[in-house]
Design a protein around this ligand. Structure first.
Ligand code: NAD
Ligand code: UDP
Length: 339
């Protein structure tokens, strides 16, 4: 299929391109490079030994989208572009609603104009809010706690409504749990600008000595060791889930929300220990106050992904830490020149 990938130069996007290209899909990356890297795309081309076009543009730019859709004529869209910092969304909610929600509406309008009726969207487990039961299945009530999560919730609803109105349409809303790790090659990985907000890249930078020590947000949660528990899903597994979702939208109409998680959890302390083992480096830490807006536990019921997409996670937290370390130690400045 011809697949337009918004946000393809970012962390999840660059990893998703690899199995997509290996499955011989034709790809156009649409990205404004606000948090993505041309170097990541260059490395993806090297690793896959495949070529693809890149359109530098913002998803809110209707003209740029028109040009990309007109020239590439996609059969389907994988929509990853957007802002993703939960903390920043508190401070800049309108920017989050504009980029994420308005951008998604412009994208759907372009799809409608070009009779492109298949979309796979990057949603998040954050739409569930504090879990009423665990593991969370897709029927769990949605009550996101922060503007970022609400943008995902609104986009999900908008895609559902678009899908009901658009005959023959098909959508998969992938609710990622906690993506982490890097491609096994160690050539591409997560390259946050500034101090990482997420756990694994933060730990990785402590391991290289770039950051002095980890602050663990909260030691008094009702978990095995008092620290928060998350369902970490290896980014290579997550990347495969997108290809499985593309296969699904190609054959089945409708709109489905599907969890993408490993179905098992690790606490923050367990991740610290796993990273120390994988890297052989000490990870000094202190226990700090809880971070506002954090849930205590997040755990996916991943059965729907298995039954509907034939997908399940194959890698564990040891693989996550090993590959994150390979990436971070081999590329201590990430893709370079972005900080
Ligand atoms: P990322 O920031 O690395 O990638 C996003 C990409 O989109 C970047 O390349 C950026 O340049 C581009 N982009 C941002 N705004 C854009 C715009 N207005 N127009 C065009 N391009 C734009 O983030 P990621 O971790 O790869 O996440 C990808 C998607 O998955 C996001 O939608 C994110 O919300 C979602 N998600 C990520 C996580 C996670 O932990 N990484 C978890 C759940 C959901
Ligand atoms: N966390 C932490 N210190 C950090 C970053 C994260 O203790 O510097 C904890 C956070 O409180 C949560 C877990 O690690 O319990 C995962 O956080 P992350 O931001 O990676 O993902 P989230 O689950 O918030 O999407």
């Amino acid at each position: 299929m011809r697949v337009l990938v918004t946000g393809g130069a970012g962390y999840v996007g660059s990893h998703t391109l690899l199995p997509l290209l290996r499955a011989r899909h034709h790809v156009l990356v649409f990205d404004n490079f606000s948090n993505g890297s041309p170097e990541a795309l260059r490395r993806v081309k090297q690793l896959s030994n495949a070529d693809f076009d890149v359109c530098a543009g913002d998803i809110r730019d209707a003209q740029k989208l028109e040009q990309a859709f007109g020239e590439f004529r996609p059969d389907a869209v994988i929509h990853l572009a957007g802002l993703k910092s939960v903390g920043e969304s508190d401070r800049r909610p309108l920017e989050y609603y504009s980029q994420n929600v308005v951008g998604s509406i412009e994208l759907l309008k372009a799809m409608q104009r070009h009779h492109c009726r298949k979309i796979v969207f990057s949603s998040s487990a954050t739409v569930y809010g504090e879990a009423r039961y665990l593991p969370c299945d897709e029927e769990h009530p949605t009550l996101p706690l922060k503007p970022y999560g609400r943008t995902k919730y609104f986009i999900e609803q908008i895609i559902r409504d678009w899908s009901s109105a658009e005959a023959g349409s098909s959508a998969v809303l992938l609710r990622y749990f906690n993506p982490a790790g890097a491609d096994a090659s160690g050539r591409i990985g997560e390259d946050p600008i500034g101090v990482p907000a997420n756990l694994v890249p933060y730990i990785a930078q402590v391991a290289t000595g770039r950051l002095a020590s980890l602050r663990i947000f909260g030691g008094d949660y009702e978990t095995r060791d008092g620290t928060g528990e998350r369902d970490f899903v290896h980014v290579e597994d997550l990347a495969r889930a997108h290809v499985a979702a593309i296969d699904h939208v190609a054959r089945s109409p409708g709109c489905e929300a599907i969890n993408v998680g490993a179905g098992s959890g690790a606490t923050v302390l367990e991740m610290v220990k796993a990273f120390e083992k994988a890297s052989g480096m000490p990870i000094p830490f202190t226990i700090a106050a809880r971070r506002e807006g954090d849930v205590s536990r997040s755990l996916a019921a991943a059965r729907k992904a298995e039954s509907m997409l034939g997908w399940k996670a194959e890698r564990d937290i040891a693989d996550i830490c090993e590959t994150a370390w390979r990436w971070q130690s081999g590329n201590p400045d990430g893709y370079g020149n972005r900080k």
